[in-house]
Design a protein around this ligand. Structure first.
Ligand code: FAD
Length: 313
């Protein structure tokens, strides 16, 4: 029975357990139907417990960080969505310049905490509005460096609910990808090795990066950052702009006038609008330049269907 399952979860998880929770309230695009059940575990142990439960019962499971790189489907997501952001987010300074962060801490919180402890190295990714877990999966980065640059190792939960520790080099990092992307594993925590720095300089660098991005990107409207990956030796924004796509619109989704590689939600966009606009831009660019743009954003789908893909029973 659904209610028995929910009672079991509620009595084992101290974090929030929300029924039919609109995903548009948990994604930066502000689109998406309801998660059948959205759970925000309070600790790494609770997250592992959730994974084991889903595996045992054959319940589809999906992981959401800050929802800043996903397009959540209009029809919602069946089963359980685990949201890590602000759920488990402990930061521990373990000595020797190493900081351990739980997956749900945001990159900004982490970089600021490290800066205050006189550790530098996370400034380049501090302006990315995601969680540390999402950043490892995506190998999130800016022109000044990406997540893999200072990562030492990460603790991961497998679909069966077992924990494994991977050294950074085992995660096959590349441009906006890792072995974890598209896998059914969940990042629980990670360690970064940082260098000694001056807190005032680091905090200033972080503030300056945010200011620069505020000038460059349409941060005042909902989006999920860059839509397409950077093609070799060029910029997706430049190519899209020169193909005449700025201002293209499908429903409430619009190719930003400020930065052509951003699609923004003007207020009424659905996931279908965004996906249709992505295809329109892609087709137009391909037709005019022969370049096939690769998607950076992720249409959110069930992470692990464990033993089956039934709705909550
Ligand atoms: C305004 C704006 C600017 C941006 N600028 C940049 C930028 O400069 N550089 C850049 O790289 N990105 C950028 N992004 C995109 C995004 O912030 C990053 O990709 C970020 O790393 C995503 O983290 P998240 O926690 O939001 O992950 P989500 O979007 O929630 O999830 C992304 C994927 O990772 C999976 N996932 C998330 N957490 C875990 C976990 N703990 N374990 C396993 N799987 C997990 C999800 O299932 C999903 O498949 C930007 C986004 C916005 C909105």
């Amino acid at each position: 029975m659904k209610s028995i399952l929910i009672d079991t979860i509620r009595s084992n998880v101290r974090g929030e357990v929300l029924l039919s929770e609109p995903l548009k309230d948990h994604t930066t695009y502000r689109v998406g139907g309801a998660a059948e059940l959205l759970v925000r575990p309070h600790s790494v142990a609770e997250a592992i417990w959730m994974y084991r439960l889903a595996h045992r019962r054959g319940i589809p499971l999906t992981i959401l960080g800050a929802g800043s790189n996903v397009i959540a489907p209009d029809q919602g997501i069946e089963g359980i969505v685990i949201e890590t952001k602000d759920s488990f987010k402990r930061i521990t300074f373990v000595g020797n310049g190493v900081v351990r962060a739980e997956a749900g801490v945001t990159l900004l919180e982490l970089a600021r905490a490290a800066a205050r402890k006189r550790l530098r190295g996370l400034e380049p990714i501090s302006c990315i509005p995601g969680t540390a877990g999402g950043a490892v999966v995506m190998n999130a980065g800016t022109r000044d460096g990406d997540t893999s640059r200072s990562l030492v190792r990460a603790g991961v939960c497998t679909a069966q609910g077992r924990t494994r520790i991977f050294k950074a080099r085992e995660l096959s990092f590349g441009y906006r990808r890792s072995i974890l992307l598209g896998s059914d594993w969940m990042v629980l925590w990670m360690e970064f090795k940082l260098t000694r720095g001056n807190p005032r300089d680091s905090l200033k660098a972080i503030d300056e990066l945010w200011e620069e991005r505020n000038r460059k990107y349409p941060l005042e409207v909902p989006s999920a950052g860059s839509v397409f990956k950077r093609p070799p030796n060029d910029f997706a924004g430049r190519i899209i702009e020169s193909a005449g796509c700025k201002g293209m619109r499908v429903g409430g989704a619009l190719v930003s006038e400020r930065h052509a590689n951003f699609i923004v939600n003007t207020g009424s966009a659905t996931a279908s609008d965004i996906l249709a606009l992505i295809e329109l831009v892609r087709k137009t660019v391909y037709g005019k330049t022969g370049i096939y743009l690769e998607l950076e954003q992720i249409p959110l789908a069930v992470h692990t269907s464990c033993n089956g893909s039934s709705r909550l029973k």
